[in-house]
Design a protein around this ligand. Structure first.
Ligand code: IMP
Length: 196
């Protein structure tokens, strides 16, 4: 069984979260561990495109099996926006608070508040591409609630909860989130598939 993978991100917080989900069954290193601290390109028009671009970039550079993720918030009444542009919805260099403000403004009093977070993971394993998807359905509430988390957490209420992602304890969020769902699929594949 292959036991070492590169996670194509230098985001330490994400790395820790993903190591916790993997229950340390697999050794996960990051580009920094390989001496690479530069930018990993990510300029595609879809989550799948971005995830694959990042994973391929590191795979091609180091010839090591690699995976990468990309996430977007897809709002039904906005035809799936902000989607792949979630991080810079209000413009380049704007804050999460600006993004949330723009989202609430665009939705205004629209009664359709349905939204979902979607995470796509691309895995490049022995030169072959694989994709894994995790979705968290929910709705966008009309005001900000809660202090924890990041990004759109204060306005996203996951299905089956009366609290936003920013109100739910972080360990619970990390169990039910879109990212957790996608990484569970990846780790199931890595630990149960033909590559054993
Ligand atoms: P990334 O691909 O994980 O960097 O996510 C892109 C953007 O989606 C982030 O900059 C956030 O705005 C948003 N996002 C991703 N995951 C979450 C989450 O768990 N809560 C709130 N916002 C998120």
């Amino acid at each position: 069984m292959i036991t070492e993978f590169v996670f194509a991100s230098n985001n330490k917080h994400k790395l820790e979260e993903i190591r916790a989900i993997s229950k340390n069954k697999i050794r996960i290193i990051c580009p920094e561990d390989l001496g690479f601290i530069g930018e990993i390109p990510e300029n595609q028009a879809s989550l799948e495109g971005n995830a694959l671009q990042k994973a391929r970039f590191i795979y091609d550079k180091f010839s090591l099996n690699c995976f990468a993720d990309d996430t977007g918030l897809e709002v039904e009444a906005l035809n799936g926006r902000p989607g792949v542009y979630s991080a810079r919805y209000a413009g380049e260099g704007k804050s999460s608070a600006d993004n949330v403000k723009k989202l609430l403004h665009e939705l205004h009093d629209n009664s359709n508040r349905n939204a979902r977070f979607r995470t796509v993971i691309a895995l490049v394993l022995d030169g072959k591409d694989y994709f894994f998807e995790g979705i968290a359905e929910g709705k966008i509430i009309t005001e900000l609630r809660g202090q924890s988390g990041f990004g759109y957490d204060p306005v996203f209420m996951p299905l089956g909860f009366d609290e936003t992602y920013a109100e739910i304890p972080i360990d619970v969020k990390n169990r039910i989130s879109h990212r957790a769902a996608a990484f569970e699929k990846l780790f199931y594949f890595l630990t149960h598939s033909h590559i054993k």
